[in-house]
Design a protein around this ligand. Structure first.
Ligand SMILES: [Fe+2]
Length: 350
């Protein structure tokens, strides 16, 4: 029988590493499998995972409360109640046209990731690429964009931003983990898509279970059980801290049916991906293009940061540095990083 996550293969070594892992309890670290403290069955029986969950949710509320002035009360309430927000015709038509033309046609060095039968293609909008992309710069400075994302993320400044295209059904037969309803992490995490294509059942609509970001008593019990019963085998993604819904879980949690966000181009969708979500089914060979954001900051930091835009440049340089570090690590092992560089002329069939 396999040992549960957190049951060390080399107990003495793991014990010696504990002082190094302890501080990670106050970060977004989430892997039951890799982190011997987070995956420790005794600590989770005593409520460690649920305590982190509750504390992160309370701190996130406090951060959003400090930024409540950034968003009108209707949108705030919808985000709080449903866990996601849909804003149609988000940009003025001329601004959207410039952005779309630029994102669709400008060829730039990018990164791709193969996951299941899909390929995700991204261009990081840091200062290097922004220098070539005036319409993207205009978007990142656009006040409604900054305020909406800022409030949603509980952070003054807009998080990391990419031009993002999903190519569906490129590797037929492989199971895509993004197609299963899941929660990204134990704490609120914000993702946003400004869609540059119409999105429907043909190209994989973002799908969300309304209200599933809230910590009901049943959700806490479910999280507690998952944390003490987590095993390293089978469900790799759950053991890594992104809990997947299993058979009967939706009924136990009294969840409503998921909603597929079938939306027209120029719609902004913002979601707290602590709630259960997935990418909907799609037709092989389809794709969808968006400007995509993620904010995954330290969930135990009660402060929303500083409102100075020059700090965006540092944030985005850190993303670029992180990717370069992954390149270096992969090269050292003689392999390829999970996000590999591609030339500007790359196509999924190339
Ligand atoms: Fe996700």
């Amino acid at each position: 029988m396999k040992k549960p996550a957190g049951s060390p293969k080399r107990p003495l070594r793991q014990l010696l590493l504990w002082p190094l892992y302890l501080p990670t309890l106050l970060t977004g670290a989430k892997s039951f499998k890799k982190n011997p403290v987070i995956g420790n069955r005794l600590l989770n029986r005593l409520g460690l995972h649920v305590l982190r969950l509750l504390l992160a949710a309370a701190i996130f509320k406090l951060r959003r409360w400090q930024l409540a002035w950034m968003l009108d009360s209707t949108d705030r309430q919808q985000l709080q109640r449903q866990g996601f927000l849909v804003k149609e015709s988000f940009l003025p038509a001329d601004m959207f046209q410039r952005l779309e033309e630029e994102a669709r046609n400008r060829q730039l060095e990018a990164r791709i990731c193969l996951q299941g039968d899909a390929i995700t293609h991204r261009v990081l909008l840091d200062h290097v690429t922004q220098a070539q992309l005036p319409a993207c710069r205009e978007l990142l400075a656009y006040r409604p964009w900054r305020r909406m994302l800022g409030y949603a993320a509980g952070r003054y400044r807009v998080p990391g931003v990419w031009i993002h295209r999903i190519y569906n059904g490129v590797n037929p037969g492989k199971l895509d983990p993004q197609l299963t309803l899941h929660s990204d992490s134990f704490h609120p995490t914000i993702k946003a898509w400004l869609f540059l294509d119409d999105v429907d059942e043909r190209n994989g609509p973002f799908t969300y279970v309304p209200g599933s970001h809230r910590l009901s008593l049943r959700r806490l019990v479910w999280e507690y059980r998952r944390s003490v019963g987590m095993t390293g085998e089978g469900d790799h993604y759950s053991a890594s801290g992104s809990l997947r819904l299993g058979p009967g879980d939706s009924e136990y949690l009294n969840l409503p049916p998921p909603v597929a966000c079938k939306v027209a181009r120029n719609t902004l969708v913002i979601a707290d991906t602590h709630g259960f979500h997935c990418r909907g089914a799609s037709q092989p060979g389809s794709s969808r293009l968006a400007i995509w954001c993620i904010s995954r900051t330290n969930p135990f930091n009660p402060l929303p940061g500083l409102p100075f835009r020059f700090l965006d440049r540092i944030d985005l340089a850190i993303f670029r540095g992180h990717l370069a570090w992954q390149d270096w690590r992969a090269a050292r092992r003689g392999g390829k990083p999970s996000w590999r560089k591609t030339p500007p002329e790359w196509r999924p069939d190339s």
